[in-house]
Every structure is written in C-alpha cells, then in structure tokens.
Design a protein around this ligand. Structure first.
Ligand code: IMP
Ligand code: MG
Length: 173
C-alpha cells in the first residue's frame, strides 16, 4: 500500500526556509564572520540537507555528509555506528538529521563532534518524536521542523528498509 501524506511538500518547503533563516540569523548573532560546518547524517537527511543549505544565507558554510546507521526495518537496533570525524578542530558545527527518535543517534554524533575538537555544536532535525526519547533527560535538538506522533514516517529522504525515500511528502506507512 502506498504511504499516505502526513506533511505535504509545500509545508516542508516553507518550514525548511524558516529553519534556514533562523540558523543564519543565530549564526550571524553569536558567531559572526566565523565558518559554519554542517554535518548531514546519511542517508536519511539527504533531501532535508539539500534544501536546508540552499536557505542558509551565509558566505562561509561547508556541507559534509556523514554515514550513521541505527535502524533495521522499523525497529531501532539500539546501537549507533558512527565513523570518526575529522577536520573539525576549532569549528562551529551544526549536525543535521532527518528525525530525532530515541535520541541515540544525535547523542552519539554530538559526542564524536566534541571529540573531534569542535569549538561548539548545535543540532537541527526536520522531525521530532519526543515521546520516543529513551530517557527524559535526553537532549533535544536546537532547531526542529515539525513534531510528529509516534508513527513510522517515510519520504523526503526517510526510508523503510531503503524504500520510499523518493516520495516528495513526509508520509505514514
Ligand atoms: P534515534 O537514534 O533513535 O534518534 O534514531 C534516529 C534515526 O532513526 C534517524 O536518523 C532515522 O534514520 C531513523 N528513524 C527513526 N524514526 C524513523 C521513522 O519514523 N522513519 C524513518 N526513519 C526513522
Ligand atoms: Mg538517519
């Protein structure tokens, strides 16, 4: 059965533009003139990151894609595989992911970013499922596109076992 739309493409486009505006404004306010390194987590964040970078009006921005994996089907495996990061010493970093679920992926990547010597880091996710966090004290993201209920979503980069990433809307299976 074809997944049914939950967040239509027009709403995604509008919200992504707003997020890009906020990110640029905050960077200009707090880190004026300093470079910003965006680390987009593969594969899920590829659509979101592609649209987001085009709405961040900053001169000194680099985009890095980094592979991270924690899911098989619709179940989290509970372990997050994240290769070491390099070239971040003294850098201001923004980690970009598709969805914040248990919170393990973001926590693992932010720890790797800190180990790599970044001067500071914040995070941006398109979707947030707050009721799925493994413990209440778990960090949230600094920038959140939409809060969604506890349903498995696909489309706009998100997959179910590799399928449905190409759907233009965020959908429910
Ligand atoms: P976390 O480590 O549990 O927060 O999981 C985050 C990762 O799990 C995301 O980067 C997604 O790749 C994947 N994920 C979590 N929920 C969904 C979903 O509803 N659809 C597709 N992928 C999901
Ligand atoms: Mg992912």
């Amino acid at each position: 059965m074809r997944p049914r739309p939950l967040i239509p493409r027009e709403d995604l486009a509008r919200r992504v533009r707003e997020l890009g505006g906020s990110i640029a404004r905050d960077h200009d306010r707090d880190h004026a003139g300093r470079p910003l390194v965006l680390i987009a987590l593969m594969d899920g964040a590829f659509c979101f990151a592609a649209d987001l970078v085009r709405s961040i009006d900053l001169d000194d921005l680099t985009l890095v894609f980094h592979p991270v994996r924690s899911y098989r089907g619709t179940e989290s495996t509970g372990t997050v595989a994240c290769e070491p990061l390099s070239g971040l010493a003294g850098r201001r970093v923004l980690v970009v992911d598709d969805i914040l679920d248990s919170g393990r992926t973001l926590a693992t990547v932010l720890a790797a970013v800190a180990r790599a010597g970044a001067s500071s880091a914040s995070s941006c996710v398109l979707l947030d499922k707050p009721m799925r966090r493994v413990d209440a004290g778990q960090a949230t993201a600094d920038y959140i596109g939409f809060t969604v209920p506890d349903v498995f979503v696909v489309g706009y980069g998100l997959d179910h076992d590799g399928r449905w990433r190409h759907l233009p809307d965020v959908c429910v299976i």
